[in-house]
Ligand binder design. Sequence first.
Ligand SMILES: [Zn+2]
Length: 439
Amino acid sequence: MIFGFGKGGRDYDNDDDDDDEDDDLDFILFKGALNGNNPDLAENGRLVQAGLLPAKKVISEALARRADTIRIEPKGKVAAISYLVDGIPFPAAKMPPKAANAIIQMLKLLAGLDITNKTSKQGGAINAEFDDVKHEVRIDSTPVKGGGERLLVRVQNLKEKLETPTDLGFSEELRTKIGEIGASKSGLMLAAGPPMSGVTTVSIAMVRGIDAYLISIASLAELNGRDLPHVKEFEWNEGDDLETTIRRTKRSDIDVVYVDPLLKAEDVKPILEATEDQGFIAEMPAKDAADAIVRLVALVGDAQLVVNALKIVISQKLVRLLCRDCRRAYRPNPKLLAKVGLPTDTRKLYRAPRPAEDEDDDDDFCETCGGTGYRKRIGLLEVIELTDEIKKLILSGADADAIRKKTREMKMQSFQSDGIRLVGEGKTSLEELQRAFRT
Ligand SMILES: [Zn+2]
């Protein structure tokens, strides 16, 4: 059995027999394109015939197995479908390229994308319903060398959407801090992390953490249909650069500005220079919070400007939660406890069952987690506040390691401390932390 996906595994033979129903499986219902560009299905009868049912099957089966990400890509003479369950990839099925292409074009059509264009990247989303719950199905198509396209499908259960600071596990202290910085109408708050780590979600949570009734907030970045009440999408004037546009937000009495990810020095400098009497929130690609600070200094080449502007950096790393139904308790040895920084009198920690333990006895197969030992994910948070000590360190030209060391001494919340807390509470395992910290 491959990671629990062997059970009920099937081939997609793409025959459209009406009797090809699956009694056990609830099918996803597609309810129109998010961009309002609803396709004429009758006009695309052949594609609908070849692709609609298989597309529904692929997504419904993925959801039934708790996958939220599906990849369909040509691999030589076949097309491979794989799922991500809690961020871990699993192979799901192989099918003839023609059948896969019908699914890809069908999903593009449903998302209101241009199916005659197979040579440029396209992205969109479909409103859907699964199990009576509203979902959003995001579709991203990318042309591949040698013809064809690959498709990334991401399904978001709108009921389980994590978006407020509380949803993301921000402590009360941190929420207060963000509110205070917002109310000061000055400085930069930064969300740092690699792509797909939830870094945008963290930056949006910071925006949500500010009292929009008292503080006027505007966005210069695309909000991609995010529902942010009281945040004004500020219009750019044709030909204006960022510096000019920031000055316009100031004249419009905007207190806090949400801006695009910090990538280029020529964009970052005007932001940092404007932070004296206006607040800013942005994200930045980086390994962690300390790495973001060092990168920011390198980008603008002016440590003083950075310490004057930057107030707080928050980074998030996702780890899987142990399955409550099949986690195994064990007695940790005191040396290990001391090494990872847990109280040495801890009697019980938990881990996932080892694959061998499952094979011995098939009755043991855990339906709750599909035999993976984990179910759902949670974000570990790392927070660096720019205290006087941290500022001094940055001005001395310290590297990321030195900043990390100092934040540990000062007992600021780190991935390490947050992760170990979850291990102590039995919510995740040391093995999972090791895996997450490796990647
Ligand atoms: Zn389980």
